[in-house]
Design a protein around this ligand. Structure first.
Ligand SMILES: *Cc1c(COP(=O)(O)O)cnc(C)c1O
Length: 220
């Protein structure tokens, strides 16, 4: 077994343990394997182990490797986890199964138009900037409720969940708790939170999706 496959098995075991420790049902947290910067050849061992859910942060990079992989492997679910420009909305709707980074009116409008035009509707998550960081994408926590309402009522979009990336170097717990609270307030069942360094804590606080890259593939 190669190193990536061994790391992958160990992450799955850690997810199962965190679910048990947190009183979560087995299988209640999906592992999104974050394959950004890694080639199709490096991803193949995980596809061979029947991993189906992957995350990419750039539309162009995903376009270069995933259409061919999707032809060879059934049931792939591809998540966009990086910022989306409105001029890439068409390509994102065509390729991704879940877009986790809806965070402003302009993107909501562009996605609504493309979903209508293409007749293909990826699941959508709203990204929340839980740390109010200037440089980071995501909607301000205090504007999240109004934005979700606008996505639903003005743009006719179904929102499935929330996503956050806590500030680097800060205890993520407060951010995970805030995201869970906002999801509850807005009637959303899905929470994408937790990365290589903190996915167990996120599972304890209700993550339905964790996004793990370097703990599986090694450092980028
Ligand atoms: C890169 C990335 C991850 C994975 O990070 P690791 O620390 O390598 O697990 C998760 N979420 C987002 C949004 C990312 O860009």
């Amino acid at each position: 077994m190669n190193e990536t496959a061994a790391n992958y098995r160990s992450v799955l075991a850690r997810i199962a343990r965190a679910q048990a420790a947190g009183g979560r049902a087995p299988g209640s947290t999906a592992l999104i394997v974050v394959s950004k910067t890694f080639s199709a050849d490096e991803i193949e061992p995980l596809l061979a182990l029947r991993q189906k859910v992957f995350g990419e942060n750039r539309v162009q990079e995903a376009q270069a490797k995933w259409p061919q992989l999707k032809v060879r492997h059934d049931g792939i679910q591809l998540h966009l986890i990086g910022p989306l420009q409105s001029n890439k909305a068409g390509e994102a709707v065509a390729l991704f199964d879940v877009i986790e980074t809806v965070d402003r009116e302009k993107i909501a409008a562009a996605l609504a138009a493309e979903i209508k035009r293409q007749g293909r509707a990826p699941e959508l998550f709203v990204q929340v900037n839980t740390g109010n960081e200037m440089q980071k994408a995501g909607i301000d926590p205090k504007d999240t409720g109004a934005f979700i309402k606008s996505c639903r009522e003005k743009h006719g979009l179904a929102i499935g969940g929330l996503m956050c990336i806590p500030p680097a170097g800060e205890d993520p717990v407060r951010h995970f708790e805030l995201l869970a609270k906002l999801a509850k307030e807005n009637g959303l069942a899905k929470l994408s939170m937790g990365m290589s360094g903190d996915f167990e804590a996120a599972i304890g606080l209700g993550a339905t999706h964790v996004r793990v890259g370097s703990a599986i593939f090694g450092s980028r």
